[in-house]
Design a protein around this ligand. Structure first.
Ligand code: CA
Length: 230
């Protein structure tokens, strides 16, 4: 399901947008200021951000700039909400990188249609350009290049550690038994090497530092990569 982050300080508009996107079958997260929104962007890596231009503190333009400067988040499309037509030039010009805009007051239907169109576009282009990248929580993985990033910095992993991390992430949210992992990562078709898995998980967690907690131990069963931050 596509995840949308809506950033808007006016509660009525925020609720109206949230309700309509939810009705359209989208997974909606909200934030009322840019500080909290920037944190959410890092945590959930949404598929699209709907961003009000006028926010208290860091405004929508600054937030947009920050997102477009960060290699982890620059691919995320941004739909700007603006109160005045005159602001439109500033938004779509000036290399700010907003992908589209809607002028307030707007109809919920217009916003939903615009949102769906951007998602279709960005997912089409994602497939052709950054097909190999898999993003989850603090980790990005380029399958083809065998490269993993932690918060944008390269992770030094052995081939086995890479494959283990990739397997857990591809099956995130689901428990993997030691035998499942042996089978997929090591290619063993028989059990009895559970300790090998444990050792590699421990090393992988060490390399992930604080983010090691994304790999959860499920007692008596195996391991699970968390689906979301808790
Ligand atoms: Ca506002």
């Amino acid at each position: 399901m596509n995840k949308i982050l809506v950033v808007e300080d006016e509660p009525d508009i925020l609720e109206m947008v949230r309700y309509n996107l939810d009705q359209a079958g989208l997974d909606v997260e909200t934030a009322e200021d840019a500080e909290r929104a920037l944190q959410s962007v890092q945590e959930i890596l949404p598929d699209l951000i709907i961003l009000d231009l006028m926010l208290p503190g860091i405004d929508g333009l600054d937030m947009c700039r920050q997102i477009k400067q960060d290699p982890r988040t620059r691919h995320i499309p941004i739909l700007m909400l603006t109160a005045r037509k005159e602001e439109v030039d500033r938004i779509v010009g000036l290399e700010l990188g907003a992908d589209d805009y809607v002028v307030k007051p707007f109809s919920p239907r217009e916003l939903v249609l615009r949102t769906q169109a951007i998602l279709r576009r960005s997912q089409g282009s994602l497939q052709s350009t950054t097909d190999a990248w898999l993003h989850t929580g603090p980790i990005s993985i380029d399958k083809a290049a065998h490269q993993a990033l932690l918060n944008g910095d390269p992770l030094e992993l052995t081939g086995t550690e890479f494959k283990l991390l990739l397997t857990l992430i591809e099956r995130r949210g689901r428990v993997q038994t030691r035998d499942d992992l042996l089978d997929t990562v090591w290619g063993y078709e028989y059990s009895g090497y559970g300790r090998t898995v444990d050792t590699h998980i421990r090393r992988l967690r060490e390399k992930l530092g604080e983010s090691g907690e994304w790999i959860e131990t499920v007692r008596g069963v195996g391991y699970r990569f968390r689906r979301e931050r808790v």
